[in-house]
Design a protein around this ligand. Structure first.
Ligand code: RIB
Ligand code: CA
Length: 300
């Protein structure tokens, strides 16, 4: 099984991605970043999800509470005040002593006997900060699978996807790092929607996971941004799939331009020069959900 580090900003779809990841890879650590909500909230949420999955053996390490240069933009209108609204989580034990994200990343990558893969489902602030400070560890980083970007329309603006918009400077640094990058952006995440029937299927899973997912996605699916769609996007789950089941996607290799400022801030477009990254441009939706439920049904 692949050893994987997850950098996340839970967030409903991050939470679902983490639960899926726990069944398809060996998650060796979770780092949290500000994005959907503040760092404190995304960190508490990561702990909540691991506790619900009975995986508190996995360390959670908080990273950056701010983008590299821009002020933080959060998404409370989608994920709620807590970042995981919709479900009443049991009270977490008092705060456990934590190490920071950079320390966990450095400790994990420096001790790796073979490259460790990386899934990033929030703004790329932690990833960029770590790469800037640890070029000597590049060889220990395997594939970096990102949820973010779009070659077409955006979601937070007409042209920008949220994760890239929040920290376009970090995204530009990461996309030009030379790492082996797979990008699952809105071009595919807006095709793999959680339909009402799929939402109802969460209830077949054992509690607390089943009850938790059904409640969380009742809230998330009801948000205005998801209203009127065939279902709710589960963006971050596709970054997990892109890492472990790349054949579910059609890929295009291209240099990527990241717009760092101006009205197109956060837009990602095909470039002419620079490192090539693999951008998912299509997905086999039926096969994706077969894979998705094969993973989640392990919580029955
Ligand atoms: O644009 C969707 C992305 O932004 C997802 O990662 C979601 O969790 C939010 O972080
Ligand atoms: Ca996210």
């Amino acid at each position: 099984m692949l050893k994987v580090l997850c950098d996340m900003d839970p967030g409903h779809d991050d939470a679902l991605a983490l639960l899926v990841a726990l069944k398809v890879v060996e998650v060796v650590g979770v780092t949290t970043v500000a994005g959907n909500q503040t760092l404190r909230k995304t960190t508490v949420n990561a702990r909540r999800v691991l506790r619900a999955a009975e995986r508190e053996d996995i360390r959670v390490a908080p990273g950056r509470g701010q983008p590299l240069f821009y002020p933080l933009v959060t998404a409370g209108e989608i994920h709620g005040e807590s970042g995981l609204d919709g479900y009443s989580f049991p009270v977490l034990p008092e705060l456990i002593p934590m190490i920071g994200a950079n320390e966990l990343l450095e400790c994990t990558f420096s001790k790796a006997l073979e490259p460790i893969d990386w899934i990033a489902t929030g703004p790329l602030s932690n990833v960029a900060a770590f790469l800037l400070g640890h070029p000597h560890l590049f060889e220990s980083i395997g594939t970096l699978s990102i949820m973010g970007g779009s070659l077409g329309r955006g979601n937070i603006t007409d042209s920008a996807e949220f994760n890239i918009f929040v920290d376009p400077d970090a995204a530009d640094i990461v996309m030009h790092s030379g790492l082996n990058i797979r990008m699952a952006g809105l071009d595919v995440t807006h095709k793999a929607l959680l339909t009402p029937d799929a939402h109802a299927r969460f209830r077949e899973l054992a509690d607390p996971i089943g009850e938790m997912l059904f409640a969380l996605f009742s809230f998330y699916g009801s948000r205005e941004v998801n209203a009127g769609r065939q279902g709710a996007p589960i963006h971050d789950v596709l970054a997990v799939a892109a890492l472990v089941e790349p054949d579910l996607f059609n890929w295009q290799k291209t240099p990527l331009i990241v717009h760092r400022q101006g009205e197109c801030r956060g837009a990602t477009r095909r470039g002419q020069d620079g490192p090539y990254i693999s951008v998912a441009v299509d997905i086999d939706v039926q096969s994706f959900f077969e894979w998705f439920w094969q993973a989640l049904d392990q919580y029955r």
